[in-house]
Ligand binder design. Structure first.
Ligand code: NAP
Length: 409
C-alpha cells in the first residue's frame, strides 16, 4: 500500500451523507492486465480536472492498494486483508479490472469485493458521446442509468454441479417434499430474491432519479414467468414507492386512473417492463427510458447491450455502491493481450472517475472530465478501438489519448 506524500483526510459517512474533505484519501486499485495503463491515464485526467476546477483548493490524495495478480505474487492473497481494511476506512475507491483467478477458491474478485462490502447497487450510466463509432441511426436517443441489483438472484453463488452429493440431496428433497418433477443427475442452482434486497435497490434508483432530475424509473423483470422472484421484485418496488415516495412518484397505472394520462409536473413516473420486451424497447424507443432498476442477471445483459448501442464497452463506466461505501470501476476486463502496451482506451475508467467526482459532489471537475473527453474524441486522435472504426481516425496510445483529454480541458 503506498500513499501520496500529501497528507490527506479520510472521508466520513454520517446520517446517510458522505462528508468529503478538500483533500480526501481515495483508494486506487490499478488492477491486472491493462489496469495499470488505464489507471495511470485516468489519474492524469482526474488530477488535472480537479486542479483546473478548484485551483489547488481541492486535491485527491490517492492511496494505491494491492489486489489481483500482483498482490498474490507479493502476499499470497488476491485480495489482501490490508486492502479490504483500507477501503473500509476510505469509503470511496476506484479500481481497474481484476482477472478472475483460475482454479478453486475465489470465483471472481469483483464479485468477492461486492459481497464483502455489500455493494448492492451496480450503477452504469450509458449515453452517447458524439463521434464514437456505433451501430445505431440515432445513438444519442439512448441516455439511461442502469441500477442492477448486485448481491442476489442467480449470482448468489448457490449452485451445485450435476451428479454432486449436494445436487442429489437437494434434488431428492425437492422431489420428495415438494413433489417437483426433476431429472436425476441435474445440476441445480437457486435464485434468491428478497423484499429487502429488491426494495433497497429500487429505492436507490428512485432517489437517484429525484436527485438528478430524471423523469422515469422502469423496473425490468421477467415476472410473467418467474412470478415469485422477478414478479415480486416489481411488486415490492411498487409497494415501497407507495409507502416512501408517494409525494414524488406516480405509477403508470395512477397516471391513467387518477390523472387521465396527464403527467403531473415534477412527478417521477414509476413503471415496469418485461425483460425480453425491454431489449426491443431500448433499440426502437430508447428516448422513453431514463433510469432502469433491474435484478442481477437482467441488469448484466442489459447494461452490455446498451453500451454496445452507443459504441461499446471501451468507454462504459460503472460503480458498485452500498450504504456508505462506493467503488468505481471500468466495466471491461483485463484484456491480457494488450497488457503493458500502452494501447487500450482508458475511457471507461476515466468516465468512472467522472462518476466518482460527481458522487463526491465535485461536479465542476466531473463536468470538465466529460467535456474534455468529448472534445478529444471529436479531435479524432483516439485509441485503436475507436480509430479502427472512425473515418479519418488516427490511432494514438493510451497515455497520449489521456494527454489530449487534459489539453482539451
Ligand atoms: P475483456 O478483458 O473485457 O477483453 C475483451 C476484448 O474487449 C478485448 O480483447 C478488446 O477487444 C476489448 N477491450 C476490453 N477493454 C478494452 C479497452 N479498455 N479498450 C479497448 N478495447 C478493450 O474480456 P475477457 O478477455 O473476456 O476477460 C479477460 C479477464 O478479465 C478475465 O480474467 C475476466 O474474468 C476479467 N474480467 C474482469 C472484469 C472486471 O474486473 N470488472 C470484467 C470482465 C472480465 P479487441 O480484441 O477487439 O481489441
Amino acid at each position: 500500500m503506498t500513499t501520496d506524500k500529501l497528507q490527506g483526510e479520510y472521508i466520513t459517512f454520517k446520517d446517510g451523507e458522505y462528508q468529503i474533505p478538500d483533500n480526501p484519501i481515495v483508494g486506487a486499485l490499478a488492477g491486472d492486465g491493462i489496469g495499470p495503463d488505464i489507471w495511470n491515464a485516468t489519474r492524469m485526467v482526474l488530477d488535472a480536472a480537479v486542479e483546473k476546477a478548484y485551483a489547488g483548493k481541492r486535491t485527491i490524495c490517492w492511496q494505491l492498494l494491492a489486489a489481483g495478480e500482483a498482490a498474490f505474487a507479493d502476499t499470497g492473497s488476491y485480495l489482501p486483508e490490508e486492502t479490504l481494511a483500507a477501503i473500509k476506512k476510505q469509503l470511496i475507491a476506484i479500481k481497474g479490472p481484476l482477472s478472475t483467478p483460475t482454479g478453486g477458491g475465489i470465483r471472481s474478485l469483483n464479485v468477492a469485493l461486492r459481497h464483502h462490502f455489500d455493494l448492492y447497487a451496480c450503477i452504469r450510466p450509458v449515453r452517447y458521446y458524439e463521434g464514437v463509432p456505433n451501430p445505431m441511426k440515432r445513438p444519442g436517443d439512448l441516455d439511461v442509468v442502469i441500477f442492477r441489483e448486485n448481491t442476489e438472484d442467480v449470482y448468489a453463488g448457490l449452485e451445485w454441479s450435476a451428479g454432486s452429493v449436494e445436487a442429489e440431496e437437494l434434488g431428492d428433497y425437492l422431489r420428495e417434499k415438494l413433489k417437483v418433477k426433476l431429472r436425476s443427475g441435474s445440476a441445480l442452482g437457486i435464485k434468491p430474491m428478497s423484499p429487502e434486497g429488491s426494495k433497497r435497490l429500487i429505492r436507490k434508483a428512485i432517489q437517484y432519479a429525484i436527485d438528478n432530475n430524471r423523469r422515469v424509473v422502469t423496473m425490468v423483470h421477467k415476472g410473467n414467468i418467474m412470478k415469485f422472484t422477478e414478479g415480486a421484485f416489481c411488486q415490492w418496488g411498487y409497494d415501497m414507492a407507495r409507502a416512501e415516495f408517494s409525494d414524488q412518484v406516480i405509477t403508470e397505472e395512477e397516471l391513467v386512473t387518477r390523472h387521465q394520462g396527464d403527467w403531473p409536473p415534477g412527478k417521477i413516473l414509476l413503471n415496469d417492463r418485461i425483460a425480453d420486451a425491454m431489449f426491443q424497447q431500448l433499440l426502437l424507443r430508447p428516448s422513453e427510458y431514463d433510469v432502469l432498476a433491474t435484478p442481477n442477471l437482467n441488469g448484466d445483459y442489459l447494461s452490455d447491450a446498451c453500451a454496445a448501442q452507443v459504441g461499446g464497452l471501451g468507454i462504459a463506466p460503472g460503480a458498485n455502491v452500498g450504504d456508505g461505501i462506493a467503488i468505481f470501476e471500468a466495466t471491461h476486463g483485463t484484456a491480457p493481450k494488450y497488457a503493458g502496451l500502452d494501447k487500450v482506451n482508458p475511457g471507461s475508467l476515466i468516465l468512472s472517475g467522472k462518476m466518482m467526482l460527481d458522487f463526491m459532489g465535485w461536479k465542476e471537475a466531473g463536468e470538465l472530465v466529460e467535456k474534455a473527453l468529448q472534445k478529444a474524441i471529436l479531435g479524432r486522435q483516439v485509441t485503436y478501438d475507436l480509430a479502427r472504426q472512425m473515418d479519418g481516425g488516427e490511432e494514438v496510445s493510451c497515455s497520449t489519448f489521456a494527454s489530449l483529454i487534459v489539453k482539451s480541458m
